[in-house]
Write a protein that binds this ligand. Structure first.
Ligand SMILES: [Fe+2]
Length: 307
């Protein structure tokens, strides 16, 4: 079995790298590390980068490209090679990293452990380039699935993650370090990337961030909410340019050593102790769902037409 240290970065295919780089920088507070018309990298904090943007000419390819995970200090890339071969994963060797695809076609990269040059906490370091309002890290990804059993087997047996919690039969959360989750699956009968999530320190930072998003024309598909599962306070910003959400969160639960997964009832309180479940549009990325959400139609009593 291999073990992961952390989520390293998410890569998105975008139609226009310059436009996407500007958006994620201005709106979410990311700092541009490198940029060409073909590829850009952006950082939350002192890390090399957490978001990679790659140009595509294919409208169908816009959105999730891959998620990269860093192996723990104690797990070599050779051990990861041997593990992927032993478990019969759908994988290939890119030399510097390993590429592995989950049962519903979502690509993941395994990177060797990379020690930070300066391991002091961010508040003890000095910068001339990081933004004032910024996330401290990329925290997790979440995707929709049509096959919970197969997807769960992949994230536990192939990537070596551990289960944090279950929400009835509808949701499974996975962790590789003490924070509640770095990966999550929600079964809605369809596979689609749902969100990447940035950690913004505290409630005051989220207030400034959500005001900033609103002034840039964005809205929260759902939130602010207090999740029962995982404990985080968050809002889900609708990204129409790439079909996904960006979750902005704070105050996620820290798990104890040898955490035992809990079975949560699939009810409103498990999802949001503060209030409502999301509109059904939250699980969709088609134009009808986006328009319904823009006009707040579900809240006004106008149901979302079926897909
Ligand atoms: Fe999330």
């Amino acid at each position: 079995m291999i073990r992961l240290r952390k989520i390293d970065h998410v890569c998105l295919n975008v139609a226009d790298v310059a436009d996407a780089t500007r958006r994620y920088g201005l709106q979410f507070g990311l700092t541009v590390r490198s940029e060409t018309p073909e590829r850009a990298t952006l950082a939350c904090d002192y890390e090399p980068y957490s978001l990679e943007l790659v140009h595509t000419d294919s409208a169908a390819a816009v959105g999730y490209a891959h998620c990269a995970w860093q192996l723990r200090r104690s797990v070599s890339i050779d051990q990861a090679r041997a593990h992927l071969a032993a478990v019969g994963a759908d994988w290939s060797d890119a030399g510097t990293h390993l590429v592995v695809t989950d049962p519903e076609g979502f690509e993941h990269h395994l990177l060797p452990f990379a020690a930070e040059a300066d391991t002091r906490p961010a508040i003890a370091r000095q910068t001339t380039e990081l933004n004032g309002l910024r996330p401290r890290k990329l925290g997790h990804i979440n995707r929709l699935t049509a096959d919970m059993a197969a997807a769960t087997a992949f994230y536990t047996d192939v990537l070596g993650m551990q289960i944090a919690d279950w929400l009835g039969d509808a949701g499974t959360w996975f962790h590789c370090n003490p924070e509640h989750h770095q990966m999550a699956l929600v079964d809605v009968g369809r596979a689609h990337f749902h969100h990447l999530a940035f950690d913004y320190y505290d409630w005051g930072t989220l207030r400034s961030l959500f005001d900033n998003l609103a002034q840039h024309g964005r809205w929260l598909s759902w939130g602010p909410v207090r999740h029962g599962i995982a404990q985080n306070i968050c809002g889900y910003a609708r990204i129409t340019e790439e079909p996904l959400m960006v979750e902005c969160y704070v105050d996620m639960e820290i798990l104890e050593y040898e955490h035992e997964p809990r079975q949560w009832p699939d009810d409103r309180f498990s999802s949001n102790t503060w209030g409502p479940l999301p509109p059904r549009s939250y699980f969709r990325f088609d134009p009808a769902a986006i328009e319904s959400e823009r006009a707040s139609n579900e809240t006004r009593g106008i149901p979302l037409p079926p897909l």
